[in-house]
Write a protein that binds this ligand. Structure first.
Ligand SMILES: O=C(O)CCC(=O)C(=O)O
Ligand SMILES: [Fe+2]
Length: 210
């Protein structure tokens, strides 16, 4: 898989403001493949209500988030998804490590679905008990998103009262620092889909040591 993105400007934004937005992120064929898979899993009712926290504190609380999720498995996926994982591992992670002086070692991705009315209140992505998430990356899958459809991502700036509103339009990537960037998903008026992932400091499963 070939993603020809000129990353310099985005790395610069990561360094200065801790988040960045990249449009037309995935090659069209892969985007369409993920979209088709998403629809199949939804039809098969394979997504489950998402929880909050990790390990001992894991709980489902609909006052905080109302999305449904399905983890993408590395050892049980289509060749297209495997090629996406290869790109993350062999291309994106080494570039991020080099340019942002990180030491990302692993990743995890899930499909996330917000039904109409869905939201996720202000939070940080890094769990207290499992200090393993370095960067969050969300790819939106909403082909015909329009103003009024809701479900925008609101990012709270760290050095001011300002916030940035990111519209969840199809094939847009938002990348941000998991430990420091507070954010929330505003109520969706229509169904809202994303492929959401995290780049991890330690191999999956070892995070509780961190
Ligand atoms: O979908 C988004 O825009 C953000 C989702 C999110 O904050 C999360 O899953 O932790
Ligand atoms: Fe989040």
């Amino acid at each position: 898989m070939n993603i020809n993105i000129e990353w310099d400007q985005y790395f610069e934004e990561m360094a200065t403001q801790e988040f960045t937005v990249v449009d037309n992120f995935l090659p069209t064929a892969l985007y369409e493949h993920l979209q088709a898979q998403f629809k199949t899993y939804l039809k098969q009712d394979q997504l489950e209500p998402a929880g909050i926290g990790s390990l001992t504190t894991y709980q489902i609380n609909e006052n905080i988030r109302t999305d449904e999720i399905l983890w993408l498995e590395r050892n049980d996926c289509t060749p297209e998804v495997a090629s996406y994982f290869a790109f993350i591992e062999n291309d994106l992670i080494p570039q991020l490590n080099r340019n942002l002086f990180l030491s990302i070692k692993d990743f995890e991705f899930m499909l996330a679905y917000y039904p109409p009315g869905g939201f996720y209140k202000r939070h940080l992505d890094q769990f207290k008990e499992r200090n393993n998430r370095l960067l969050s990356m969300v790819i939106y899958m909403n082909d015909n998103w329009q103003k009024g459809d809701g479900g925008e991502l609101e990012i709270f700036h760290n050095n001011s009262e300002a916030t940035t509103i990111v519209e969840p339009i199809g094939n847009r990537l938002v990348l941000f620092n998991s430990a420091t960037v507070w954010h929330q998903v505003l109520p969706a008026q229509k169904e809202r889909k994303s492929v959401t992932g995290w780049l991890l400091k330690m191999p999956q499963g070892l995070g509780f040591l961190g």
